[in-house]
Write a protein that binds this ligand. Structure first.
Ligand code: CA
Ligand code: CA
Length: 209
């Protein structure tokens, strides 16, 4: 005899499915997956920025201007500059003592011709630009709360041509304090910040994030 599902059977099936979905969501934690994906992108972005700056610098025999037309602002001067990827319409906290922020408008933020958030003019590099867009943080935002600020920062030092690029991670796993904490093993001088570059002591230790 042909027979459909009873109401009870349907209700039991729906309940079991709902429980399974809840278990999967709790186990998998989609929000953490998104945070981890953003952190992985931050690592890749900082590596490509470092490579582009290093390539341009080496290719030009060390004459590449690491902060472009802002030639008086590589961090040896009185008003030392921190270049940040967060756009001009986002207000930042006070810059670390002795430093000033440099932000550019959103529509030019990724440009590599000297008007992007890193003001080095890659298009003038010997052999052509090694990079076509300046990566920005996947969230690229600031906050009144320290530790909730997600943007890239950059500084160069005129004296020895050293550069440093920083980012802040957010995932429970590879973020600060996580099992696979990447910010503490980067060879830098700030445990809670991911630091890449040719020197870890170009950007200030406190007050950027
Ligand atoms: Ca670090
Ligand atoms: Ca550092």
């Amino acid at each position: 005899m042909k027979r459909g599902f009873t109401l009870i059977e349907l209700l039991v099936t729906i309940t079991v499915l709902a429980i399974l979905v809840t278990i999967i969501v709790v186990l998998v934690d989609p929000a953490e997956i998104f945070r981890k994906t953003r952190d992985a992108r931050r690592m890749a972005d900082l590596a490509s920025i470092r490579e582009a700056l290093t390539f341009a610098s080496v290719n030009s025999g060390g004459t590449f201007d690491l902060d472009g037309a802002n030639s008086g602002t590589c961090s040896d001067e009185a008003a030392k500059t921190i270049y940040v990827s967060v756009p001009l319409d986002v207000s930042l906290h006070a810059a670390p003592s002795g430093w000033v922020w440099r932000q550019v408008a959103k529509n030019s933020i990724a440009l590599v011709n000297g008007s992007g958030w890193i003001s080095a003019n890659f298009t003038g590099a010997a052999g052509g630009s090694p990079i076509f867009n300046l990566p920005v943080d996947p969230r690229n935002t600031s906050s009144t709360n320290s530790g909730q600020r997600f943007f890239y920062s950059y500084a160069c030092r005129r004296g020895d041509g050293k550069i440093e690029i920083n980012a802040r991670f957010e995932s429970a796993d590879i973020g600060p304090g996580g099992q696979d904490d990447k910010s503490i093993i980067d060879g830098g001088d700030v445990d809670t910040v991911y630091e890449l570059g040719s020197a870890s002591n170009v950007l200030p230790i406190a007050g950027v994030y």
